[in-house]
Design a protein around this ligand. Structure first.
Ligand code: UDP
Ligand code: MG
Length: 320
């Protein structure tokens, strides 16, 4: 039996690029099935992430045009990670393999051939890794590579230069469904599921149309979320730092006492103020990080749904 492939594509305000890239995804599916690698029941699954433009209308039109296109619509914008998760969870019981990819044509669609081959060779997870970033601006490249280094240094292990372009088998997704956290960071979580995995390399191109929704601010937020969702290393660093400062303070106190007994004290206003300010600052930073974790615990205890799907293209068909 040939495996059924679902290509999962998050879309947020992509009316400009979707009409260009949608036929490319469809062609990939037809080519792969013509080559006998995947079943003809494979689908291109769009996840509309609460777009404010006509993205959902385009998806609906596509699905009427060709049964290989299907789509789901989130009730509102929840961000790229939740959109991909919604698509993967929706696909997991209908297919054998999923490939998640952005809809802007930046990731090389032809790498899917290698991914499917790796799956047929027995790999359950295949990471798409960017071989170079020549087309990115220096700033984007510098910040993006810094992102991976920071993540790894902070204890959130991620595959270097791998974004969310990857193949996951439905077997892995069934296990992944048991990861119930709300703060999701897919690139860090998928390796935690385990199973045999490999990487394929591709060159990343420029966006075919439209604009990036991932400015530095969102990237930093994602890095921070990734680190605090996956690792407690920041807390350890703080503990270490706290111990060091305490030790230094202890030495300083002894030194101050000795000076006092020797009768060599000065008025000491400046040093007192300095110490108060420094300690105040350090404590605030520490409290902030601890607060971040408490905030996460608070969000997790609510057990809110991670995504809500308001419409599905195939439901529309059965109503009609
Ligand atoms: N995206 C999404 N929800 C959002 C932001 C982005 O589903 O809130 C989608 C977007 O449509 C695209 C993918 O996530 O398919 C990656 O976004 P983008 O290309 O803007 O990021 P970049 O490639 O610049 O990092
Ligand atoms: Mg992009």
């Amino acid at each position: 039996m040939k495996p059924i492939l679902y290509i999962v594509i998050p879309c947020y305000n992509e009316e400009k690029v979707l009409p260009i890239t949608a036929p490319m995804f469809l062609k990939k599916i037809t080519d792969l099935s013509a080559a006998g690698k995947i079943s003809d029941d494979s689908r291109v699954l769009f996840v509309n992430d609460g777009s404010k433009d006509s993205t959902w209308n385009i998806i609906r039109d596509l699905s009427r045009e060709n049964p290989h296109y299907i789509g789901i619509c989130q009730s509102r914008n929840r961000g790229h990670q939740n959109a991909v998760l919604a698509g993967l969870m929706e696909a997991k019981d209908r297919c054998d393999i999923t490939i998640s990819i952005d809809c802007d044509g930046q990731d090389d669609i032809n790498a899917m051939d290698d991914m499917v081959d790796a799956y047929l060779d027995g790999c359950e997870v295949v990471y798409g890794v960017r071989s170079k970033r020549d087309t990115d601006t220096f700033f984007k490249r510098f910040t993006a590579e810094g992102f991976y280094k920071l993540m790894n240094w902070m204890g959130a292990e991620v595959v270097f230069n791998h974004a969310d372009y990857r193949l996951i088998s439905s077997r892995v997704l069934q296990e992944f469904a048991n990861f119930k956290e709300v703060n999701i960071f897919l690139r860090g979580m998928v390796p935690l599921v385990g199973f045999k995995s490999t990487s394929v390399y591709y060159e990343r191109a420029e966006r075919l149309a439209g604009e990036s929704h991932y400015p530095l601010k969102k990237m930093l937020a994602l890095a921070f979320d990734g680190i605090t969702s996956l690792s407690v290393k920041p807390i350890r660093l703080i503990t270490g730092f706290g111990c060091m400062v305490s030790l230094l303070s202890f030495i300083a106190v002894i030194w101050a006492l000795i000076r006092q007994f020797m009768g060599a004290t000065v008025s000491g206003w400046a040093s007192t103020i300095c110490i108060i300010c420094f300690m105040g600052g350090v404590q605030l930073v520490c409290l902030g990080v601890i607060g971040e974790y408490i905030g996460k615990i608070y969000m997790e205890t609510k057990h809110r749904p991670r995504y809500i799907i308001s419409e599905r293209t195939w439901e529309e068909e059965s109503e009609a």
